[in-house]
Design a protein around this ligand. Structure first.
Ligand SMILES: Cc1cc2nc3c(=O)[nH]c(=O)nc-3n(C[C@H](O)[C@H](O)[C@H](O)COP(=O)(O)O)c2cc1C
Length: 373
């Protein structure tokens, strides 16, 4: 069973994650893992916190001489900002910020100080997810599965990438400070973020995560909760501020006819093949061998310099939100979290299908399956 659990608060001493179920003997590319943490911290539009933190992975268990040993892997990511907050006396937060967990979380857990809700609801937690996802990517790489992402839109500015192969989109996004493969659109996105910052507002957008070379048959049609499309949607939707998830061009497909949408299958020397991938790599809740394409919509960041009406729960009177340090736009960062969530979901589905207490037997089984298909 492959599973992971994160813990830690935004301004606590550290974030931590335990990942259980990785096969033994998996060599870890620690630099690549730290690079994912760095990419999550980056992306045009981020706020001041990222100048303080320089996230790096510390292993507390499950790894020996750079390889997994089959035991749970424990990762620690210290919060440098903790030192700045330790001694600080902060008055209780009593004005719930619209778009945050404050109002519902305070009510649910009986916490009068809404900061205690915000500390865990904060997307700082995604550093731990990205660390876990980076571990999962090592496993996927061992069987030649590649995960990438790109920013598709910010504040209504759309990248034009239809003519660009997926691999090129991902490579171009890696070279961009806003993780967008279309340089013209990227310039407009930056300008839109600058403008939002100037007027004290925030922006959202969409990003796309792709998984290449995924073996056929991960997930299953036989039970609702084994369907890979549903599992990917849940994983990506669970990212803070993500409110929509789409497999392939699902919403555009909904306006077309069946014969315009379904990807025809042709005989070929290496088995059945397709010219198109409008299904986004998933049919019947299973991977079908085409690239998996998951698109996510992120709402605008809920903390804005411009106040939003709320209620002071201490008095019951009308109030305005108070600004605290925040990103203006975190769509680029969220795309890296999206990669992590897709990697974790695929790692789980891969291990379900092929098993694997040690990496060599897993690699062999995946290779046999690919060869026989
Ligand atoms: C990478 C990332 C960074 C974020 N940064 C901020 C931020 O700086 N300020 C903020 O108000 N919300 C930020 N958010 C979004 C909030 O965490 C999120 O909207 C809030 O916790 C409420 O959860 P919900 O939007 O999923 O309902 C960020 C989200 C992600 C994925």
């Amino acid at each position: 069973m492959f599973r992971f659990l994160t813990a830690g608060e935004s301004h606590g001493p550290a974030l931590t994650v335990i990942v259980e179920g990785l096969p033994a003997g998996l060599a870890l590319d620690i630099e690549a893992m730290n690079d994912d943490l760095r990419r999550r911290q980056g992306g045009y539009g981020r706020g001041g916190r990222q100048q303080i933190e320089q996230d790096r992975i510390q292993f507390l268990g499950g790894v020996y001489e750079g390889k997994t040993i089959g035991a749970p892997v424990v990762i620690l990511i210290p919060n440098r900002d903790y030192e700045n907050w330790r001694e600080r006396v902060v008055p209780p937060w009593t004005k719930p910020r619209p778009g945050h967990a404050d109002l519902a979380g305070g009510h649910k857990y009986g916490l009068g100080d809404l900061r205690l809700v915000a500390e865990r609801a904060s997307a700082r937690e995604t550093a731990a997810r990205v660390a876990a996802g980076a571990l999962a990517k090592n496993l996927l790489r061992a069987v030649d599965i590649a995960i990438g992402s790109y920013v598709e839109s910010i504040g209504g500015v759309m990248a034009r990438v239809d003519d660009m192969p997926l691999v090129d989109r991902v490579a171009a996004a890696r070279a961009s400070d806003i993780y967008c493969p279309d340089e013209l659109a990227a310039a407009d996105m930056r300008a839109r973020i600058d403008e939002a910052r100037q007027v004290g507002d925030s922006l959202g957008g969409t990003f796309v995560v792709v998984a290449l070379n995924v073996p056929v048959g991960l997930g299953s049609h036989v039970q609702w909760d084994r369907r890979l499309d549903g599992r990917l949607a849940q994983a990506v939707m669970s990212i803070q501020a993500v409110k929509g998830v789409e497999i392939g061009p699902a919403f555009a497909n909904a306006a077309l006819r069946g014969t315009q949408v379904h990807d025809a299958i042709y005989p070929g020397p290496a088995g059945p093949w397709r010219q198109t991938n409008r299904a986004g790599g998933l049919e019947g809740g299973m991977s079908n061998g085409e690239p998996i394409v998951v698109r996510a919509a992120m709402k605008p960041i809920p903390t804005t310099i411009t106040p939003i009406p709320t209620v002071d729960l201490a008095t019951g009177e009308a109030a305005q939100t108070e600004y605290s340090r925040s990103d203006v736009c975190a769509v680029p960062a969220a795309s890296i979290v999206g990669e992590a969530m897709v990697a974790l979901t695929l790692a789980e589905a891969l291990l379900e299908r092929f098993g694997g207490d040690d990496i060599d037997s897993l690699v062999r089984r995946v290779a046999d399956d690919r060869f026989s298909s």
